[in-house]
Design a protein around this ligand. Structure first.
Ligand code: FAD
Length: 428
């Protein structure tokens, strides 16, 4: 039996009162806060870590998926594309090909700061949102914990961009819980990729057995994702990750791909296990490559992600839960807030605003990977550029609803779409 105790009630300071409170400073939160602030809403962005970017910076997940359709046509513009352009102006973007863009994790943090600060966003880093403030059916802010203590932030609208839907869940929103494999990405230096490719060409069978072999030895394979410093042998490595708490990397195997995961992003012991086990597998992988793989003799570990690679957890049930069948059948929505490069049955993946509006509760929107989509769509919705797209839509809707003095769920979709189009969002 779980033992419990009752915390005594206590008074806590109200740290601030804002129009829009965005919780989570990852791709979705950066876009939500910037969009709301640019439309004149006094906006605060709360982030538990000391930097912005979420998995796209601290998580070392650095390739931007879902931007281009199979014909190579770019489908996402708006704040996502502005971010890419800004990264391109500094040392922050690696174009492996015209349709395969990798960002630099550290420049992503800096450019995200600039984007938010220029828009007038009040940043509050090092702050965990630990509870929601709710009166009746209305979300009125969040409680945050930080080195400054436990404090309340009152808000007219909250946007949950925490990835895990923390605020929505605390507020009582209905959600579906999912698990996928949890990874931990990292960066390496000292790789001679030309030498590796030459060896692979000369020894195709050995090269194709490599991944199985390294897994059999308890390590993770070392892919080579481009960085702006690839000419100096610097690459990032995307890690498939753990299925469960059992066994070695070999027994974790490949079957089921990312969907084979059983570890919960909401269970602190699962998270702790994943951190330690994945670091062990990274060390074993490096050792194996150093000893066995041409081109990797001088490989060095440069960084392990400071943020665990959680792919899926809560998906907050929306007014319109979006399904793959709808996209495949070409169902149109009057409130589409953007599309991605993913195509099903010849139709682009379009997102209706109502997938960001929780089934119940007023004063709350969700964005990023916790929006209301089914299992058939999550793989394409949870990637970084679509998360920025839904973040921009949520921030824009939050500001417009306050300007118009209407409930979030009553916002005129035509007004929302007109604003998004004016701000560069590509709409069907
Ligand atoms: C291993 C792995 C590989 C992937 N590969 C790719 C890929 O190749 N390409 C691609 O485009 N996408 C990829 N993805 C998906 C993508 O990285 C994420 O789904 C995407 O970053 C989600 O964006 P988000 O803003 O919703 O959440 P996140 O990026 O997770 O950001 C959420 C932010 O909220 C903060 N936060 C969370 N809870 C709280 C709280 N209670 N209070 C305050 N702050 C909080 C977090 O610190 C974080 O900064 C991958 C994901 C993983 C895990």
């Amino acid at each position: 039996m779980m033992h419990t105790l009752v915390e005594p009630p206590r008074e806590i300071p109200i740290a601030d009162e804002v129009d829009v409170l965005v919780v989570g400073g990852g791709p979705a939160g950066i876009a939500a806060a910037t969009a709301a602030a640019r439309l004149g809403a006094r906006t605060m962005l709360v982030e538990r870590y000391g930097y912005l970017g979420g998995l796209a910076s601290g998580g070392l997940v650095l390739v931007m998926c879902g931007v281009f359709d199979p014909q190579g046509e770019r489908r996402i513009d708006g704040l996502f594309w502005e971010m890419m352009q800004r990264l391109g102006e500094v040392d922050g973007l690696a174009e492996e090909s015209p349709t395969r863009l990798h960002v630099d994790s550290e420049w992503f943090k800096i450019v995200a700061d600039e984007l938010c600060i220029e828009a007038g966003v009040v940043l509050r880093l090092h702050s965990w949102a630990v509870d929601a403030l709710v009166e009746g059916e209305r979300v009125k802010g969040a409680i945050v914990e930080s080195k400054s203590g436990r404090q309340a932030i009152l808000a007219r609208v909250c946007v949950d961009a925490s990835g895990d839907g923390d605020v929505a869940a605390r507020a009582g929103a209905a959600y579906d819980m999912r698990t996928m494999r949890i990874g931990l990405d990292f960066k390496v230096g000292g790789v001679d990729l030309a030498a590796y490719h030459a060896w692979r060409k000369a020894h195709p069978e050995q090269a194709s057995a490599l991944r199985d072999e390294v897994r059999a030895q308890g390590g993770c394979p070392l892919g080579a994702g481009a960085t702006p410093y690839s000419d100096q042998g610097v690459y990032w490595v995307n890690v498939l990750g753990l299925a469960n708490r059992e066994g070695t990397a070999a027994r974790q195997g490949l079957p089921g791909g990312v969907f084979a995961g059983e570890l919960s992003a909401l269970d602190v012991q699962d998270l702790t296990f994943a951190e330690v086990e994945l670091r062990r597998q990274i060390a074993a992988g490096l050792d194996f490559y150093r000893r066995n793989v041409p081109g990797y003799r001088d490989v060095r570990l440069l960084a392990i992600a400071s943020e665990l690679g959680v792919r899926d957890s809560r998906r907050v049930r929306g007014v319109h839960p979006l399904t793959r069948t709808e996209i495949e059948e070409g169902v149109g929505f009057a409130d589409v807030v953007g599309m991605t490069g993913a195509v099903y049955g010849g139709h682009p993946l379009q997102v209706p605003y109502r997938a960001l509006v929780p089934e119940t509760l007023e004063g709350l929107l969700v964005s990023g990977r916790c929006i209301s989509v089914d299992d058939g769509l999550i793989h394409d919705m949870r990637v970084i550029p679509p998360c920025m797209l839904t973040g921009q839509a949520a921030g824009t809707a939050a500001a417009l609803s306050l300007q118009a003095g209407v409930a979030l769920r009553a916002l005129d979709p035509a007004r929302l779409r007109a604003q998004l189009a004016a701000d560069g969002v590509l709409l069907p």
